[in-house]
Design a protein around this ligand. Structure first.
Ligand code: AG3
Length: 310
């Protein structure tokens, strides 16, 4: 693992999944409770998800956030960062396959791939199912990588793959300094409120574009279909100015807020509606050709909100 650039301390988030600001003063329990019998995410101040705890596998405060990995009877291992569910053993494939494969499958030959965030390794595992030359994973918090390497044993081979380079750095700083350019860039950040706010801003996407090879594609997790509508609308205004094609697409993630997640597909060359040949690795659990086509269909309330702009 290599350490690179200056990591920036991220502000703590009081509660996740809101429209930004509205809930920030709400003090409420999240993550593990004091007795360590239950872990909760308050998705709004009044609703959320809980997991009863079979074992606490990891619990530490890093420089950036509270990292918790618990084991739950139904969802297996669950990773929470500052009380926000990042990944569960049972349903992580929904998210990781939909973040990675639409972009990777649309590109004729993605040789060099950059992942910003995603220290749990799930996105990297999916990228390495393609015949890439090299994949960089840039995670701000080295302790997330270590915790996941130790407690998500099925990811050990992913982290050891000779094509993978793990970099511990702030993605926003890394992108300023890196000399390499990429065919596909994947942004596996946290919610568009709190710590990851910078990874949802115009200047960041302009920088990413400057590191994209001709014909390149960016896919970025964009947040919850219902809870982050303002953010989708705000981002779509500036993304349209930067990229010729910037559709949102959707995929279910059972344990994320409201169960339906959004992703940005960004490219100057590739219009997903026009792609005829898809390069899809064997053995995926969720993603296929039909899902690819369907994912770009948006519900009316979202299209109308995007058409209105900010
Ligand atoms: N990154 C996106 C997680 C967002 C979940 N949000 C929430 N639970 N409020 C996931 C990282 C997994 N590689």
């Amino acid at each position: 693992m290599c350490y690179y650039g200056h990591a920036v301390r991220r502000p703590r988030q009081e509660i996740g999944g809101g429209e930004g600001g509205r809930e920030d003063n709400m003090k409420t329990t999240k993550g593990l409770n004091a007795k360590k019998t239950e872990a909760r995410e308050y998705q709004t101040p009044a609703a959320g998800i809980f997991f009863t705890v079979k074992d606490v596998l990891y619990e530490k405060k890093s420089r950036f956030q509270r990292i918790e990995i618990i084991r739950n009877k139904d969802y297996g291992r669950v990773l929470l960062l500052d009380g926000l569910v990042q990944t569960t053993e049972r349903d992580e494939f929904y998210y990781h396959e939909m973040l990675v494969h639409p972009a990777m499958a649309s590109h004729v030959r993605p040789a060099k791939v950059l992942i910003i965030g995603g220290g749990d390794g799930g996105a990297l595992r999916e990228v390495l199912k393609h015949p890439v030359k090299k994949a960089w994973l840039v995670e701000i918090d080295g302790q997330v990588i270590e915790a996941c390497r130790d407690h998500f044993p099925w990811l050990r081979s992913t982290f050891r793959d000779p094509r993978a380079e793990l970099v511990v750095a702030d993605g926003n700083v890394f992108i300023d300094k890196v000399r390499e350019t990429f065919d596909v860039i994947l942004v596996d950040s946290s919610d568009p409120v709190g710590p990851s706010t910078v990874l949802h801003q115009e200047s960041f996407y302009r920088k990413l574009k400057s590191k994209l090879n001709p014909g390149g594609i960016i896919a970025a997790q964009a947040g919850s279909l219902m809870l982050h509508l303002d953010s989708h609308a705000r981002k779509s205004v500036f993304l349209k100015k930067i990229f010729r094609h910037s559709p949102l697409y959707l995929g279910p993630v059972p344990t994320y807020p409201v169960g339906m997640w959004c992703y940005n597909f960004l490219s100057d060359k590739i219009d997903p509606g026009m792609v005829r040949t898809l390069y899809i690795p064997d053995g995926l659990k969720f993603f296929n050709r039909e899902i690819y086509r369907a994912a770009f269909a948006l519900p009316n309330f979202l299209s109308e909100r995007l058409a209105k702009g900010k």
